[in-house]
Write a protein that binds this ligand. Structure first.
Ligand code: ATP
Ligand code: MG
Length: 511
């Protein structure tokens, strides 16, 4: 007897339906064809045990299973449940007309309980598109699949529930989530709030500017100054994600199986990989390319703590994706593309010893050590960072004060207003949405200086010995400051504030 059941394979952030045909005939043997990988080939051991422990069995006949389309490689253990149901149906151990109307996926444990899968959201989107009635999957993944409407989503814990659903019509509990309610609930109560940061008013101002213009930023300060604490709070002042952005971001996290018992992600992601990270883990890779940290921070913040500690080679591979806002990983037979539009926040100590070069510091560094340390980050990556700011620790009296700082929600209102001005400004441009994305031509068009500001900038550049590359960055940041001000025209105040945010360009930092 021949039966068809349906699973799904995920490539990039898209799914493809996989038809699993099971044929049972006289004879003996177990043949699995259609480019399955080793994990799928091993599935028969798990399936045999799971069925036996629940009172069913793999029949001692000739079983042929074909996974189509045959030219597409299938991987992983998530087809266990699909195959098991196919075998049961083909051997008449369950009788159901309904089984072909569902996508069924899950990894089996030997006792028949189910383990979570990767990519539940893209699979659900595809299932709805192709008119499937429902999607049966491990309960841990049910919420992320339930974001998709017009598709019945059933989260299950054991194979037994699925068998009884099809064979005896025992109902399964459908998973519902109120996507909008879930989406908005976290927004007003960010997990990390700027209200917790005591003092540091000028740094907070600087992060507000970075958020408003989408500028990459580097924080320079000694250990314990609060760099990590500040960086973690940046997502909370970025404008709320649109539903579309939330869906894009959730899809990527779904593909790596990182969404546990959650629906749509309402908060922008914050990722802070350790400096020993490999380039594959940073930009994505593997024989079945998985998204890397730059894609997991899509629409959010990528924090590279202790930037000079990262291997230069690893940082180099990040440059192109930063520019393109997506990364394509090519393999011999296929290529996948993951989006990677993120804000970069980096941190570093002012010297290899950790402290600003002041004679009272606990550790001091020689000029040669300084040079070696700083040269690790010079060049192209630094070129993409508009704002440099020095962070000094707040004094103890300030730390022990009870007064709360301004909340992230209040700061976010100003950021959002400034972003709206930018959205309007760049309406006609396809690839530019905020000030940080302007190219030289657009800077000339949108950052026009009056004579007084021009002179001011010229004098400052000479006196502070700022490099030429600082020039355009200062203009971009000044544009954002002026947008926060609600001013059409850049003025001297905007310029002089922007000049302060170029610490690393000054003489004595980078040679
Ligand atoms: N302005 C502040 N307000 C409240 N707490 C602060 C502030 N600055 C520092 N702290 C406290 O000090 C701790 C250390 O800060 P954090 O880890 O952010 O420093 P850091 O600059 O990242 O240091 P390191 O270089 O060691 O990584 C924080 O967890 C926080 O409790
Ligand atoms: Mg830190």
């Amino acid at each position: 007897m021949l039966t068809k059941v349906y699973g799904s394979a995920v490539f990039g952030v898209e799914a493809t339906t996989i038809i699993v045909e099971v044929n049972i005939d006289k004879g003996i043997g177990y043949h699995l064809v259609g480019l399955p990988d080793n994990a799928i080939k091993e599935s028969n051991y798990r399936i045999a045990a799971a069925l036996q422990n629940n009172g069913y069995k793999i029949p001692g006949k000739k079983i042929t299973i074909n996974m189509a389309p045959a030219d597409l490689r299938k991987e992983g253990s998530a087809y266990d449940l699909t195959l098991a149901l196919g075998i049961l149906a083909a051997s008449d151990q369950i009788r159901s007309e309904e089984i072909e109307k569902y996508i069924i996926m899950g990894e089996l444990s030997l006792d028949g309980s189910l383990q979570p899968i990767k990519g539940a959201l893209p699979i659900a989107i595809k299932a709805r598109e192709e008119g499937f009635k429902g999607f049966i999957l491990p309960s841990e993944n049910a919420k992320e699949a339930a974001i998709v409407d017009n598709l019945k989503v059933y989260g299950v814990d054991t194979i037994k529930q699925v068998i009884e659903f099809f064979d005896q019509g025992t109902p399964l509990e459908q998973t519902f989530i109120d996507t909008r309610a879930e989406f908005y609930k976290d927004l007003d109560f960010p997990e990390f709030d700027f209200a917790d940061v005591k003092g540091q008013e000028s740094i907070k101002r600087c992060m507000e500017i970075a958020a408003a213009g989408g500028h990459n930023i580097i924080l320079i300060g000694p250990p314990g100054a609060g760099k990590t604490m500040l960086a973690k709070r940046l997502p909370s002042i970025l404008p709320p994600m649109t539903l579309h952005e939330a869906l894009e971001t959730t899809k990527i996290h779904s593909v790596v199986g990182k969404i546990k018992n959650m629906g749509l992600m309402g908060q922008r992601p914050f990722r802070s990989p350790h400096h020993t990270i490999s380039s594959a883990a940073l930009v994505g890779g593997g024989s079945y390319p998985q998204p890397g940290e730059i894609s997991l921070s899509h629409n959010g913040v990528l924090f590279l703590d202790e930037l000079p500690e990262f291997e230069r080679r690893v940082l180099e591979v990040m440059r192109q994706p930063m520019e393109d806002r997506e990364v394509t990983i090519a393999r011999a037979r296929f290529a996948v593309t993951y989006p990677s539009s993120f804000m970069l926040v980096a941190s570093m100590n002012p010297s290899p010893g950790g402290y600003f070069n002041d004679p009272d510091a606990p550790v001091t560094s020689s000029p040669a050590e300084m040079q070696r340390y700083l040269s690790k980050i010079s060049g192209p990556l630094l070129d993409r960072i508009d704002i440099h700011i020095e962070v000094t620790p707040v004094p103890f009296e300030k730390l022990s004060e009870d007064r709360k700082g301004e909340s992230s929600v209040d700061i976010r209102k100003r950021v959002t207003a400034a972003r709206e001005i930018q959205t309007k400004r760049f309406e006609a441009l396809e690839n530019v949405h905020y000030n940080a994305q302007m190219n030289t031509k657009q800077i000339r068009e949108y950052c026009i200086l009056d004579d007084k500001s021009k002179t001011l900038l010229k004098t400052a550049m000479e006196r502070l010995n700022l490099s030429a590359r600082a020039y355009d960055r200062i203009l971009k940041v000044a544009r954002t400051i002026s947008d926060l001000d609600g001013c059409e025209q850049l003025n001297g105040n905007h310029i002089s504030e922007a000049i302060q945010y170029r610490s690393l360009d000054r003489e004595g930092w980078l040679g």
